[in-house]
Ligand binder design. Structure first.
Ligand code: HEC
Length: 172
């Protein structure tokens, strides 16, 4: 009879083991508000120093993102360009899901109405794939020019999108 008691500690601890397992695996997913808060602070930390906290970089000669960067979701190549930019692909944000959310904040938040209606959000898988195809700095200008031509034709974007630094080049 005594030998039956050998299992008693295990039996008693089983519910606690299960509870621990469930508690560990049920780490609550971040709420939408928390995801957005993290994406915003990631943007401020990794991009805002150059592009401005509100996406307005003038008077520095850094591309404006505010109310225009969403246009790049218009074509698959232009969408991929956003991830393949050296400053984005090589961002210290190594977590692809986190970088995807930060890009979502950039294009849908800062980009505002320039993002085409119904454009899908960036995903971790897409970021993982495209950030490996980082663009060479020397080819950026040419590539951007041809992407923007396509965006203007297809999505009726304003011709001013051709200008990397709107408001800056005119003043010079
Ligand atoms: C050191 C300054 C700097 C940092 C940091 C930086 N960028 Fe940039 N960004 C630039 C410059 C300069 C360009 C113009 C293209 C180039 O030279 O890379 C650019 C281009 C872009 C463009 C293309 C705009 C267009 O109209 O073609 C996007 C989008 C962009 N950056 C987003 C980001 C995001 C998102 C981050 C944060 C991960 C970031 N950048 C970090 C300086 C910076």
């Amino acid at each position: 009879m005594k030998s039956g008691l050998r299992w008693l500690p295990l039996l008693l601890s089983t519910p606690w083991l299960c509870f621990g397992f469930v508690a560990a695996s049920a780490q609550p997913a971040m709420t939408e508000a928390e995801t957005l808060r993290l994406a915003k602070s990631d943007y401020v930390e990794h991009c805002g120093g150059c592009h401005g906290i509100q996406g307005k970089s003038a008077p520095a000669l850094i591309p404006e993102l505010r109310d225009r960067i969403g246009y790049f979701l218009c074509t698959p190549e232009a969408r991929a360009y956003l991830i393949r930019l050296p400053n984005v692909a090589h961002s210290r944000l190594s977590d692809n899901a986190q970088l995807a959310e930060m890009l979502n904040f950039t294009v849908f938040g800062l980009g505002g109405a320039s993002a085409p209606a119904g454009a899908p959000r960036f995903t971790a898988g897409e970021v993982e794939r495209e950030r490996k195809r980082v663009l060479a700095a020397g080819s950026l200008k040419k590539m951007r020019a041809s992407l923007v031509d396509g965006i203007i034709r297809k999505c009726n974007a304003p011709a001013s999108l051709r200008d990397l630094y709107p408001g800056q080049t005119k003043a010079q």
